[in-house]
Each structure stands twice: as structure tokens, then as C-alpha cells.
Design a binder for this molecule. Structure first.
Ligand code: HEC
Length: 127
């Protein structure tokens, strides 16, 4: 009997810890990001290269080497939020992707990321 109790307490502790880790893992992006606020940021700063639908086909997107990323490509879609956010913050060295840290607020970078995620996974809206 006591063994059962101990196991139950153990399970509860493990599960609460698990929930805690899960909650901590969720945060900034889904909780903090607002795609509606990200959209004007995207249209102002990113569309020129990444294109209205995020396909990398903005007016300048294909003129450079490497070309602007197509966010709908399986390769880009499969990258975790943290990797894309780092790309936005720090840029990619030796490419046209410059660092936006300092230029955009932390909040805007998260908002624009959430907007990109909506573009890459969401239904075609045909802007
Ligand atoms: C001058 C053109 C240009 C502009 C403007 C631009 N990008 Fe990029 N971006 C690029 C290029 C080129 C790459 C690909 C770099 C590479 O292949 O390493 C890229 C890569 C990225 C990536 C990494 C994608 C991946 O799958 O690894 C993200 C995320 C990104 N851009 C977001 C943005 C956001 C958000 C903005 C606006 C705030 C923006 N970019 C503005 C040219 C641009």
C-alpha cells in the first residue's frame, strides 16, 4: 500500500515537472507572438526579398546568391522556431540576410516569426 502511494507521489512530481518544462518550452513564440502585428513588419522589411507569400520570390529575392529563403520549402518549414528567430536576430553571414536585432524590437521579431510560420504552414490566401 505504501509502495503504491510512493509511486503515486513520484508520478505526480514527475508529471508536474514535465508540465513545467512543457510550459517553459512553449512561451515566447506562441504565447507572445501576434501574427497580426507581424504582418506590417514583414511587409515593410521582409517582403521585398521573401515575397508576399514567403516563397522567396519578392522583387529582389531571386537576384541574390543564395536567394531569399522560401519559407514554404520543407527544409525551412522543418526548422524549429528558435533557429529561424536566431536567423532574424543575427542574420546569416555572407548572405543578404542581415541581422535585425537593434533594428526591430524583440517583440516585433517574434511577431514577424509567427507571421512567417502562418505563411509557411497556412492555407494560400493569395494576397
Ligand atoms: C535583402 C533581402 C532580404 C531581406 C530584406 C530579408 N531577408 Fe531573410 N533571408 C534572405 C536570404 C538571402 C536568406 C537566405 C540566407 C541563406 O541561405 O543562408 C534569408 C533567410 C532568412 C531566414 C532563415 C530561413 C531558414 O529556413 O533558415 C529567415 C527566418 C528570414 N530570412 C527572415 C527574414 C525576416 C523576418 C525579414 C524581415 C525582418 C527578412 N528575412 C528580410 C534575404 C533577405
Amino acid at each position: 500500500m505504501e509502495k503504491m502511494m510512493t509511486r503515486r507521489v513520484y508520478l505526480t512530481v514527475v508529471m508536474s515537472f514535465g508540465m513545467g518544462v512543457w510550459l517553459v518550452g512553449q512561451p515566447v513564440l506562441s504565447a507572445g507572438g501576434d501574427p497580426a502585428k507581424g504582418r506590417p513588419v514583414y511587409e515593410k522589411h521582409c517582403l521585398l526579398c521573401h515575397g508576399p507569400q514567403g516563397r522567396g520570390d519578392g522583387p529582389q529575392g531571386q537576384l541574390m546568391t543564395p536567394p531569399a529563403t522560401n519559407f514554404k520549402s520543407p527544409k525551412s518549414k522543418s526548422k524549429p522556431d528558435a533557429v529561424l528567430l536566431k536567423a532574424i536576430r543575427e542574420g546569416h553571414p555572407d548572405t543578404a540576410m542581415t541581422n535585425w536585432e537593434g533594428e526591430l524590437s524583440e517583440e516585433d521579431m517574434v511577431n514577424v516569426l509567427v507571421y512567417i510560420r502562418g505563411l509557411s504552414g497556412g492555407p494560400e490566401k493569395g494576397l
